[in-house]
Design a protein around this ligand. Sequence first.
Ligand SMILES: NC(=O)c1ccc[n+]([C@@H]2O[C@H](COP(=O)([O-])OP(=O)(O)OC[C@H]3O[C@@H](n4cnc5c(N)ncnc54)[C@H](OP(=O)(O)O)[C@@H]3O)[C@@H](O)[C@H]2O)c1
Length: 319
Amino acid sequence: MTSERTLRVAFLGAGNVVRGLLEYWPKRDFPIDLRVVGVLRRSGAWRGEETVALDLDALACEPGVDPIQDADVVIEALPSVYPDGAPATRLLKSALEGGIDVLTVNKGPLVAAYRDLNSQAQASGAKFHFCIDGVFPAVNTAVRDLRGATLTRMRAAANSTTNLILTEMEAGRTFDESLAKAVAMEIAEPDPDQDIEGIDTAAKMIIMVNAATGSNFHLDDVRIQGIRDVDPRVAIDSGRAWKLVGVYDGESIQVGPKLYSKDDPFHGIRGTEKIVEFETVEMGKITIMGGASGRMEMAAAIAREILNMYVPQETAVID
Ligand SMILES: NC(=O)c1ccc[n+]([C@@H]2O[C@H](COP(=O)([O-])OP(=O)(O)OC[C@H]3O[C@@H](n4cnc5c(N)ncnc54)[C@H](OP(=O)(O)O)[C@@H]3O)[C@@H](O)[C@H]2O)c1
């Protein structure tokens, strides 16, 4: 396929996620020629124009340079910072105010300011997309497919690091060995405590519930317990399985470890798989489960959103 359009991208962050996308994109024949016109790192920013084959570590990043000024789209992959999403919240707001499209993979600004960012996008006409759970499409379901329906309950084991750790511990590995495996697979957060302490799960719950219901939950509205004190023997001895689960009951959100017996679909997910179950008045119960996690998978998820933003879907042909 030949490139149909050029897209000028500013990357906020130049870590694992961005590097994965830069490796993945040229291996596929997508109809978009990505041009990198800005990069922000801790030392400062670079502005110029390069192909996706650029060497990020060779760029001269300097304080005071504005990386987004020449961009059509900002792809933001800074560390998730709670509760205020700094500095990403401010940077995304400024991009949207300037009519620059935004694709973020960072849950921090979405937890801190989803409503504001969304209103800003609507005011300026910029596109505002996000990708908060790798390839797993639950947030797309919450935002798009449950539109107009009334969400009454939701439960989610949507953190692949804790799902993997709990599966590994139930197979006899120690907590530290299991966490090391998640880190080696590049599925853990840059700060793995965000996975283990339940903060990442709480953030995903907040983003999905706020997007699906128009609520305005913040992190300090959520009761959160992590998995550090979970005893795998309790699950093994009773034929059940631990999962770190977020539950929305129509009024509040809680996150904590729960035991599931074999007759519950939450028992069945293994390793890095995830599961989310939505219950609605009009559409009934919808469960999504499975999905791969990793560097290439994350890159594929970002590519999916770039295509969703810029390449019209072919009209489905139904016989
Ligand atoms: N949506 C998903 O499914 C998914 C999956 C994985 C990760 N993520 C998210 O993606 C984000 C990035 O993850 P990652 O693994 O790529 O992280 P990473 O490897 O730690 O990279 C972070 C990047 O941000 C830059 N940075 C950090 N603090 C900064 C600051 N204050 N100002 C400017 N630049 C700053 C770092 O600069 P230097 O290069 O100078 O160090 C680095 O380039 C995180 O929010 C993570 O939660 C999402």
